[in-house]
Design a protein around this ligand. Structure first.
Ligand SMILES: Cc1cc2nc3c(=O)[nH]c(=O)nc-3n(C[C@H](O)[C@H](O)[C@H](O)COP(=O)(O)O)c2cc1C
Length: 177
């Protein structure tokens, strides 16, 4: 069973790490399907039924995005608001179409990991900052498997730095089963 990777990055042309991750995943098309949300909807008008049908075909789904203002780029919030609707995502017996699906986040962050701590400048860990995602996936009864994050791109936006994130990403996907 393939894993669906939904990428939410508004500017992949200038991306270092998310672009590199996509390149790596595309080497194994038998294992991964990549769906780039901003490419699919340059006008940000989401085809809700097409998105729901795509989700229905996969049991393992990753939402991959760069951390923007301690959350996701806005198209993912729009996607949640429009795709996860009553009768499909929740609210009726046959409606929980994401129930039991293994879902995880993969995040890139500009800031270094040790800055996301109570005693440091950014106070909250990514575990805490991603609570709204966790609760959303809980609400629709998906099997939320937390996240893989690669930090510190702000000071290390090099290809070499990005390269080091790849084994961790690939083995994280393996943990989804
Ligand atoms: C609009 C915007 C907001 C950002 N907000 C954050 C943030 O809140 N925390 C953080 O660690 N990095 C933040 N960054 C840095 C990005 O997370 C970082 O550049 C990105 O993860 C690198 O991935 P890429 O090479 O694929 O673009 C922000 C960048 C932009 C453009």
């Amino acid at each position: 069973m393939k894993t669906l990777i939904i990428v939410i990055h508004p500017d992949l042309t200038h991306s270092v790490i998310n672009k590199r991750w996509i390149e790596e995943l595309e080497k194994q098309p038998e294992k991964y399907t990549i769906h780039k949300l901003y490419d699919a909807y340059p006008d940000e008008k989401i085809d809700v039924r097409a998105e729901q049908q795509r989700i229905e075909q996969y049991d393992k789904i990753i939402f991959q995005f760069p951390l923007y203002w301690f959350s996701s780029p806005p198209l993912l919030k729009k996607w949640f608001d429009e795709v996860l609707i009553r009768g499909w995502a929740y609210g009726s017996k046959s409606g929980y179409k994401m129930a039991g699906k293994r879902i995880a986040l993969v995040l890139s962050a500009g800031i270094a990991e040790d800055e996301f701590m109570p005693t440091k400048k950014y106070k909250y860990t990514l575990e805490e900052l991603t609570r709204p995602f966790e609760l959303t996936f809980d609400y629709v009864k998906a099997d939320y498997r937390s996240f893989y994050a690669y930090y510190g791109m702000e000071h290390n936006a090099t290809k070499e730095w990005a390269e080091q994130s790849i084994p961790g990403y690939l083995s994280f996907i393996e943990t989804l089963g």
